[in-house]
Design a protein around this ligand. Structure first.
Ligand code: ADP
Ligand code: MG
Length: 339
C-alpha cells in the first residue's frame, strides 16, 4: 500500500548493515542477531496533539519519534540496531513524509540504525516506532537494582522540554493554553539572550538527544536506570517501585539549564525539573564509591551527570528544599521554593 511513500522512506533512510539480511520490501524483514547477544526491544507511539503539539515540523516529528525509542534502549544500556515504523497519515502527503523521513534518518545515521520495515495507513497522524538493540546477556540496566545508600544521578539538565512546550504555547495561543508569563522583573534587559534561550528550549523539546552512549557507559557501574520521559518524580518512582526502595531528592541540586533559569522563576523551573516530561535524560543509581568515576565518564561523553539525591529505605520519592524540609505538592505545584 502507498508504494511511492514507502519507497521514499526507504531511500531516505537507507543504511548498509550486514545483519539486515532482508529489509523493506518483503512480507517481513530478516535480521541476524549477533551470536551471544540479547535482543532489547521497545516500542513507543506518538499522537499529534498528545505527544507533540500540532504545528511541529515533519522533520522534528521524525527525529523525535525515533529519539524517544532510542532513549528506551539507552536506559537499558543497549546498542541500537534496527527499527520498524508504523505511520498513520491523514493523507498521502509527500512533503510530510519526506520531511519526516529526513528527520528520522538524521538521527538513525548517528547510530547506524537501519529502518527494516513498517506499515503505512490512512488515519489521524500517529507514529509508532519499534526499536531493536543488542546487549550482552545479563548485562542490561533495569529499574530493579537500586540499593539503599546508592547515589541518584541524572544526565544533562531537567525541565527544558517542559519549558519549551510552555514557550511554544505562549508564542501562539491558538495552539493551546497560554500560561507563560515573563517571570523576571528585569526580563526586558535580557532580550539578547532571550531568543537564544527560547531556541534552546525548543530544540530540547523537538530534538531530544537520546543518551545512548551514556547508557552504554553506565552498564558497568549503575545499579538501576530509567529514562526521564514522564518527569523525574514519576520515573524515579518507577525505579523505587521496581527496586523496593525509596529515594530522597534535594531540590537545590536539580540540574537546570541557563535558558530555563533565565526564562522562568525558580519555583516554575523546579516544577518543570521535577514533573515536566519529555527530557529523555537518564536517571540512574550507583554505589557511592562509583559516583566520581561515573561523573568523569559522562563528562567525557559531553552530557555530564549530577548527583541529586540518594536511595533510602521505604518507598516513593521525597523532595527536600534547601533547608532540608520536605516539599509538598499542591494544586499550584511545589511549595517552599521561595528561598
Ligand atoms: P504487507 O501488505 O505485507 O504488510 P505493506 O504494503 O504494508 O506490505 O509494506 C510493504 C513493505 O514496505 C514491507 O516490507 C513493509 O515492512 C514496508 N513498509 C511499509 N510501510 C513502511 C513504513 N512506514 N516504513 C518502513 N517500511 C514500511
Ligand atoms: Mg502492511
Amino acid at each position: 500500500m502507498e508504494f511511492s511513500l514507502i519507497d521514499r522512506i526507504r531511500k531516505l533512510t537507507e543504511q548498509g548493515r550486514d545483519d539486515v539480511r532482508l529489509g523493506i520490501g518483503d512480507d517481513a524483514a530478516l535480521l541476524a542477531v549477533p551470536a551471544g547477544q540479547e535482543l532489547a526491544v521497545a516500542i513507543d507511539t506518538m499522537v499529534e496533539g498528545v505527544h507533540f503539539p500540532s504545528g511541529t515540523s515533519a522533520a522534528d516529528i521524525g527525529w523525535k519519534a525515533l529519539a524517544v525509542n532510542l532513549s528506551d534502549l539507552a536506559a537499558m544500556g543497549a546498542t541500537p540496531a534496527w527499527a520498524l515504523l508504523a505511520l498513520s497519515l491523514p493523507s498521502a502527503d509527500v512533503a510530510f513524509v519526506d520531511g519526516f523521513a529526513s528527520g528520522f534518518a538524521q538521527l538513525a545515521q548517528a547510530y547506524r540504525l537501519a529502518l527494516v520495515g513498517g506499515d503505512t495507513t490512512r488515519g489521524t497522524l500517529t507514529i509508532s516506532v519499534a526499536v531493536h538493540g543488542f546487549v550482552p546477556p545479563g548485562r542490561a540496566l533495569t529499574r530493579a537494582g537500586a540499593q539503599v545508600g546508592d547515589a541518584v544521578l541524572v544526565t544533562g539538565t531537567l525541565g527544558d522540554a517542559a519549558g519549551g512546550l510552555r514557550m511554544h504555547f505562549a508564542r501562539d495561543p491558538s495552539r493551546g493554553e497560554s500560561t507563560y508569563r515573563p517571570s523576571r522583573p528585569d526580563h526586558s534587559k535580557k532580550e539578547g539572550h532571550e531568543d537564544a534561550h527560547m531556541a534552546y528550549l525548543a530544540e530540547r523539546l523537538n530534538r531530544p538527544v537520546p543518551r545512548v552512549d551514556a547508557g552504554l557507559a553506565l552498564r558497568e557501574r549503575a545499579s538501576a536506570c530509567i529514562d526521564v520521559s514522564d518527569g523525574l518524580l514519576a520515573d524515579l518512582g518507577h525505579v523505587c517501585t521496581s527496586s523496593r526502595v525509596g529515594a530522597q531528592i534535594e531540590a537545590a541540586l536539580l540540574p537546570r539549564s541557563p535558558a530555563l533559569l533565565d526564562l522562568f522563576d525558580d519555583a516554575t523551573s523546579c516544577e518543570f525539573a521535577l514533573s515536566g516530561g519529555d527530557d529523555y535524560e537518564l536517571c540512574f543509581t550507583v554505589p557511592p564509591q562509583h559516583v566520581a568515576a561515573v561523573q568523569a565518564d559522562l563528562a567525557r561523553l559531553g552530557c555530564g551527570a549530577t548527583r541529586i539525591g540518594r536511595i533510602v529505605e521505604g518507598e516513593g520519592v521525597t523532595v527536600r528544599d534547601r533547608d532540608g524540609y520536605p516539599l509538598a505538592r499542591d494544586r499550584q505545584g511545589w511549595d517552599h521554593f521561595s528561598a
